[in-house]
Design a protein. Structure first.
Length: 232
């Protein structure tokens, strides 16, 4: 994965707020290449090994509630490009029409199988396809829907210099964000004004400290967090 030349970035990203982060990444071009090679190799191996298990999950999702096994939603990735993220469906069909784009603790739209998949993050296994195609990476800022990206502060656009990720330091520290949002009167406003800025603080810091080895450690920390062994 190589950065575009500065002059070829979208206009909304060629700002004084984004430039320092761009300059940091320019100093670590080898790490960026290693990151993409790792994504390609590992996602391909995982798909080849895990497809029977993923097929079983797909059947379980279909048996648990009416609707397709997979859920697709438009999100935003590198340079503001829209793409379709893949997940196992964890909510009732047409859930996006029955609530907000973020979920809260005790969300009635979540199915029984969906709750298990969310708690173990197995619902994200289909994102291996997104990683293989280059729309996502194993580590990076979680992809947001366009309505939240449209409310980004100028500095936040620096997170679009690299592909969206399955996990990140922010994801680990805010793995229970649905609990925080469950007490909100206006979920969207609390997410945009409180949760998103807190997560972006970690996302931007991760760019400042970008190293391929550091991202590998983030993947291991994610496993420990999912298993409930994260002390933070």
């Amino acid at each position: 994965m190589l950065l575009r030349p500065w002059e070829k970035l979208p206009d909304f990203m060629r700002t004084k707020e984004v430039r320092p982060y761009y300059d940091v990444l320019c100093k670590h071009k080898i790490s960026l290449i290693l990151k993409r090679l790792f994504d390609l190799f590992v996602s391909l191996i995982m798909l080849l090994v895990l497809w029977p298990f993923m097929a079983v999950i797909a059947v379980a999702v279909r048996l648990d509630s009416p609707g397709p096994a997979l859920f697709r939603q438009e999100r935003v990735t590198t340079y503001g490009r829209a793409f379709k993220i893949w997940k196992f469906r964890t909510m009732v069909q047409n859930a996006e029409k029955k609530g907000t784009a973020v979920t809260v603790k005790g969300d009635s739209r979540i199915t029984h199988v969906g709750m298990f998949l969310r708690n173990t993050r197995l619902d994200e296994l289909p994102q291996l396809v997104n990683i293989l195609s280059g729309d996502m990476s194993f580590v990076g800022t979680r992809p947001e829907v366009a309505k939240y990206v449209n409310r980004y502060r100028p500095e936040y656009y620096a997170t679009l210099l690299m592909p969206a990720g399955v996990t990140s330091e922010a994801s680990i520290r805010y793995k229970d964000e649905n609990k925080l949002l469950s007490i909100a009167d206006d979920v969207d406003e609390v997410y945009v004004n409180q949760v998103l800025p807190a997560k972006m603080k970690w996302n931007l810091e991760s760019i400042k400290q970008f190293r391929f080895l550091r991202e590998t450690l983030t993947m291991f920390r994610t496993v420990f967090a999912v298993l409930g062994k994260n002390d933070e």
